[in-house]
Write a protein that binds this ligand. Structure first.
Ligand SMILES: [Zn+2]
Length: 159
């Protein structure tokens, strides 16, 4: 089986919430992408319920693209503790931590249900499974802790 970097990470040693560069990968026909671990809650201690992480996914998809160029995808981990952020452009973990801090603040303080994109039966594969209440509550929990730009030592960014 192929070795997957994320599976070699010792999940007992990390201190969430944080942003970590997983790897920059070079395509066989050129082009480079950057893959990040956006860990929102502490692995094996807690996880974001499906409806909340689903709504965060929809909100990140549009709000983060408003702030950053080159975003390919922001998709939730199956363990529901965070997201992969994949980008054509390289950002430092500090830049991403600052951006997600601003976006989470917007989600917590400003966003209403009407702002959540693609929540109809035509636009989403499980349109009933959303919770803006949960997304806002988790945004608050994450902001209270602060996003670190180091996965192992708490170094919370200002934004
Ligand atoms: Zn959806």
């Amino acid at each position: 089986m192929a070795e997957v970097e994320s599976f070699t990470l010792d999940h007992t040693q990390v201190k969430a919430p944080y942003v970590r560069l997983i790897a920059e990968e070079h395509g066989p026909q050129g082009g480079t992408i950057a893959n990040y671990d956006l860990r929102l809650v502490q692995p094996n201690e807690t996880s974001i319920e499906t409806a909340g992480i689903h709504t965060l996914e929809h909100l990140f998809a549009s709000l983060v693209r408003d702030e950053l160029d080159g975003i390919i995808d922001i998709s939730p981990f199956g363990c529901r503790t965070g997201f992969h952020v994949i980008s054509w452009q390289s950002y430092t973990p500090t830049q991403l931590a600052e951006t997600f801090t601003r976006v989470l603040r917007k989600i917590r303080d400003d966003i209403t249900w009407d702002d959540v994109p693609a929540t109809t039966i035509r636009e989403c594969g499980n349109f009933k499974d959303h919770s803006l209440h949960s997304a806002k509550a988790w945004a608050d929990v994450i902001l209270q802790a602060g996003l670190s730009d180091d996965p192992f030592v708490r170094h919370v960014v200002e934004a």
